[in-house]
Design a binder for this molecule. Structure first.
Ligand SMILES: O=C(O)Cc1cc(O)ccc1O
Ligand SMILES: [Fe+2]
Length: 469
């Protein structure tokens, strides 16, 4: 049997652990033992290092992987402005050179369209909705939605030099082939493809839709657990990474006319591509701590109050990308999974608030506590943005209900999962997000909070100090 063929079970074998030092070889003996750069690596492979941090980053933050591949990545003709992978709809999908709209209004979007005409793949189907910062400075984030109706070509691959991409599958499966091996990402699962890693996305179950966050700075970490102790929230062992799996299609640059593998790169939000004779998926073995990974959100160990009051949603943080300010994230990925509410004498839905952080929310499935679903509400495949200091909270109807509710233990969110990209940065909304997509709900704020009633009851038997005109 050739080494490139595998059963489905083999294809989706994973290695477990977050930020671990992993190693994998598709052919026994292909990893050098005790060193990284032997004069002649096993089986005639090339050794290539992929760095996720500066060489000199502190040891606990240092990220790198050694790849042992048939040909080195540099063996390609020069990149030119991309001719493939370019958006067929002509939209500015990355927001390149576009002025973002900074607006304090609460925004909500109807579900974003599927690619019903099946002309978009995962890459051409990505759309920047909002963002902050700049990939050139390695600062900030981009928030995307995607809708893909077709698989990428077997000879097309993509990587981003701009950042790590966190993908949230909402509908349809993503079968992702990376240089490191395969990852299957289904709805209710997420994955992270680190900066620089080449991949291609197939759609085994038909059209796919979801959300994504590109992190221009740093990398995701697991949040501190503090007094929670040594387990809880997303447990490290539940993160899964691929095992090495390679193709042998290795034409050489010298053989004129044989170039057939297109590599497209997002580089400062512009696309470039090159055509090379050899597949970029020729990594026979690898070892290191810089690799793609997936996580099943159903494994999240949700923690909450068992006495009173509504805790901050930071207790639901799956992954966090820290800023240089302690405890302050450039991006937190937070989920709202099904959970028991038992708080006594408590207004149980999210409290009304204004936040110095910006909150972009999406809904994977089901409904969300204290938000109207259905047409014009917060529904799966839609989104909302409550930017820095934009007031929000339960809609008027949910507020009335929650004030009067009996408070037995109650399960909320059965079959549901909302999520939040929370960032310390002020989000600018792209032209596509604000207008081209045609999904912004015009009456969101008025419908949600236009009807909030006053319950103020001035006590008749107390002296009241109020402003008299
Ligand atoms: O605004 C939201 O719906 C997200 C959210 C949920 C919660 O339980 C507390 C604060 C918060 O911002
Ligand atoms: Fe909020």
């Amino acid at each position: 049997m050739p080494v490139t063929s595998f059963s489905t079970k083999e294809k989706y074998r994973y290695q477990n652990g977050f930020d671990s030092h992993l190693e994998s070889e598709a052919v026994e003996g292909s990893l050098p033992i005790g060193m990284n750069s032997p004069q002649k690596p096993p089986y005639g492979l090339y050794a290539e290092k992929l760095s996720g941090t500066a060489f000199t980053a502190p040891r606990h933050e240092n990220k790198q992987t050694w790849l042992y591949r048939i040909l080195p990545s540099c063996a390609h003709p020069p990149y030119g402005p991309a001719t493939t992978g370019v958006n067929p709809d002509g939209v500015n999908q990355w927001g390149k050179d576009e002025k973002l709209h900074y607006i304090p209004n609460q925004l909500r979007w109807d579900p974003f369209d599927h690619d019903s005409s099946k002309h978009l793949d995962f890459v051409t189907g990505l759309r920047l909705v909002a963002g902050a910062g700049d990939p050139v400075l390695k600062q900030g984030i981009g928030m995307f939605v995607f809708a893909a109706g077709k698989s990428m070509e077997k000879t097309s691959s993509f990587y981003s030099a701009d950042g790590d991409l966190l993908i949230v599958a909402q509908e349809g499966d993503l079968d992702i082939r990376t240089e490191f091996g395969w990852i299957l990402v289904r709805p209710m699962e997420i994955c992270v493809i680190p900066r620089g890693v080449k991949y291609q996305v197939f759609l085994p179950s038909g059209p796919a839709r979801g959300y994504a966050l590109e992190l221009y700075q740093g990398h995701f970490v697991l949040p501190e657990l503090g007094p929670i102790g040594s387990n809880g929230l997303a447990n490290a062992r539940d993160f899964q990474s691929p095992v090495a799996c390679f193709d042998e299609d290795c034409g050489s640059l010298a053989s004129e006319g044989s170039a057939q593998h297109t590599v497209t790169v997002k580089f400062n939000n512009a696309l470039f591509d090159t055509r090379q004779a050899h597949t970029p998926f020729d990594v026979v073995a690898w070892h290191g701590n810089y690799y793609p990974y997936k996580y099943d959100l159903g494994r999240f160990n949700t923690i909450g109050t068992i006495s009173y009051d509504h805790p901050d949603p930071s207790i639901f943080t799956v992954l966090s990308a820290p800023s240089p300010v302690a405890g302050t994230a450039v991006a937190d990925f937070v989920i709202f999974p099904p959970r028991w509410l038992v708080a006594e004498d408590t207004f149980r839905p999210p409290y009304y608030h204004r936040n110095t952080m910006s909150e972009f929310m999406g809904l994977i499935q089901g409904g969300y506590d204290a938000k109207r679903g259905g047409s014009g509400g917060f529904v799966p495949g839609g989104a909302s943005l409550h930017n820095v200091m934009s007031g929000h909270g339960p809609d008027a109807e949910s507020n009335e209900g929650a004030r009067e509710a009996q408070l037995p233990p109650a399960k909320v969110g059965a079959g549901s999962c909302a999520f939040m990209f929370e960032s310390c940065l002020m989000m600018g909304v792209t032209e596509w997000g604000l207008s081209t997509c045609k999904k912004v709900q015009e009456g969101y704020s008025e419908e949600s909070w236009g009807g909030v009633k006053t319950h103020w009851a001035r006590p008749a038997d107390k002296e009241v100090r109020s402003h008299l005109v």
